[in-house]
Design a protein around this ligand. Structure first.
Ligand code: UN1
Length: 505
């Protein structure tokens, strides 16, 4: 329970993290909490000149940091993980204040940061290249991975800190400085994370200035990062529309890009599915984080033989889910980020109705002030895979469709633009393997008997098609933050040319 005004809680939380920025700048950038719809801070924003200065400073930091041995760079990330553990409660609360997440989901996001730091510490001793057989006698061929350069990280409001950390923890061990442009909706969490990282840097001792910087500002700041040839890699999370702007700009200057964009994630419920487990997985996947994860489940294909079993149970779950203030109640579903999100949701529901959809829920809930947007999650039974079902609406809407043949379900499943996450619910080995096979799900994440959201950091995170193709976090995603050099060394006293070429002078 909160006894203080949200503004006071916000500044106390930031102070506990070590943020020293002025929070009441006259005419500054207003930060609105979706919990109440009120402004909790007003921040001084960076401009293009400030962005260029930050890029120059990061360039300097790169010259030093790239020469620090990777395991020593890992030590900084280890200290960061320690500091994150100390500030977990405060950072989790900041996420709840700024993004409206339930306490458990706010803390869960901070846990993802801790997890990727732990992963990156181990990785700092495992930045391996291959040795490769050479056709020339007395030669050795190998590849070396070197630090890449300045990394620009652009993040979205819905995950205000974890995606930054997936990038930053890896970038730091890989030898790269990071400049972070957080969403204009969630800059406070960014300042808090930066303050926590600065505590780790102070303990580390000799981290160069500008190794990690945060730029609070609008689209012009993001554009300056994207356009700068001095930023070697842009890692951007956000809408497909944003990716369509960022991708070509970075490509035009031959920069590197990791794009983690929209998804239109689906589940397939097969006749043999464990119904109780499926129900719980779908409920979390579709309603968790108020439908505002890029991995949120948005479409559900249900086999006709179990439709009358699962859909009534889902309706019941949707009817009973608690919606409310994430800071003051135990509600499972918090607010939408803003009015625009609410209007987008209502427009999609109207469109679905026009196409013969039956909408359960979706209405605004009077559980907060007029300026906050709390909604009951919507379950929509659709006669066809059409209209708004084919696109991502960043709100808690789950479209349910009946299927009779798994091949048809797969066809519809892969018909959309997004290619992020997917699930099949089955206990049939054949169905499971088909879903995971080359003719199955075309997504970057394909799950069995779990929902589409809540991925662990150990796997590579990202997706295909309009999701942008980038991979962050675990597996070998680290390679995107380094450059590869192929080295051939001649330790003989001859000079045999490759491919048998003769050139005697
Ligand atoms: C996002 O919504 O941008 O898989 C990221 C998940 C989280 C990450 C979501 N680990 O739901």
């Amino acid at each position: 329970m909160l006894t203080k005004p949200l503004k006071a809680v916000t500044s106390e939380t930031l102070e506990a993290c070590g943020v020293t920025a002025e929070l009441e700048v006259a005419g500054g950038m207003e930060v609105i909490s979706p919990v109440t719809g009120e402004a909790v801070a007003s921040l001084a924003a960076h401009d293009v000149a400030g962005t260029e200065a930050a890029i120059a400073l990061a360039g300097q930091a790169f010259r030093t940091w790239r020469m620090v041995p990777a395991p020593r760079r890992g030590e900084l990330v280890r200290l960061f993980a320690e500091e994150l553990r100390k500030s977990k409660e405060d950072l989790g609360r900041m996420v709840s204040i700024e993004a409206g997440k339930s306490p458990s989901e706010g803390l869960g996001e901070v846990q993802e940061m801790i997890d990727i730091c732990d992963f990156a510490v181990g990785l700092s001793r495992q930045l391996y290249g291959l040795t490769i057989a050479t056709e020339r006698p007395g030669h050795r061929m190998m590849e070396t991975w070197h630090p890449l350069g300045v990394v620009g990280v652009i993040t979205a409001f819905n995950f205000p800190c974890a995606p930054w950390c997936w990038n930053t923890a890896l970038a730091l061990v890989c030898g790269d400085p990071v400049i972070w442009k957080p969403s204009e909706k969630t800059p406070l969490t960014a300042l808090a994370c930066q303050a926590v990282l600065e505590r780790a840097m102070a303990r580390f001792g000799d981290a160069p200035d500008g190794l990690s910087q945060v730029l609070v500002g609008g689209p012009e700041v993001g554009a300056a990062l994207v356009d700068s040839p001095k930023v070697a890699l842009i890692s951007a999370t956000g809408s497909t529309r944003m990716g369509q702007i960022v991708g070509p700009k970075v490509a035009a200057r031959f920069g590197k890009c990791i794009l983690e964009l929209g998804g239109n994630n689906a589940g397939i419920v097969c006749p043999s599915a464990d119904m109780d487990m499926t129900l719980r997985a779908v409920a979390f996947g579709a309603m968790g984080t108020a439908g505002q994860r890029c991995t949120t489940m948005r479409r559900l294909f249900v086999h006709e033989s179990v439709y009358d079993q699962i859909v009534p149970a889902l309706k019941k779950a949707y009817g009973s889910v608690t919606v409310g203030n994430p800071l003051e109640t135990q509600a499972l579903v918090g607010p939408l980020i803003d009015k625009t999100a609410y209007e987008g949701m209502q427009a999609a529901l109207e469109e679905a109705k026009g196409l013969g959809g039956t909408v359960h829920g979706g209405e605004r809930e009077a559980v907060g002030p007029e300026s906050a947007y709390y909604v009951k999650p919507a379950l929509v039974e659709m006669p066809d895979h059409a209209g708004p079902v084919l696109r991502e609406t960043f709100a808690p809407i789950l479209y349910v469709m009946k299927y009779s043949d798994l091949d048809d379900a797969l066809e519809m499943h892969n018909e959309v633009g997004g290619g992020l996450s997917s699930s099949i619910f089955t206990t049939d080995l054949r169905e499971m393997e088909i879903f995971l096979s080359a003719r199955g799900s075309d997504c970057g994440i394909a799950n069995v008997n779990i929902g589409t959201s809540g991925a662990e950091i150990g796997g590579a995170f990202g997706g295909e098609k309009e999701t942008g193709g980038g991979r962050e976090s675990g597996s070998d995603a680290w390679r995107a933050y380094m450059r590869r050099a192929t080295n051939t060394i001649n330790y003989s006293s001859e000079l045999p040319l490759a491919q048998g070429v003769v050139f005697d002078i």
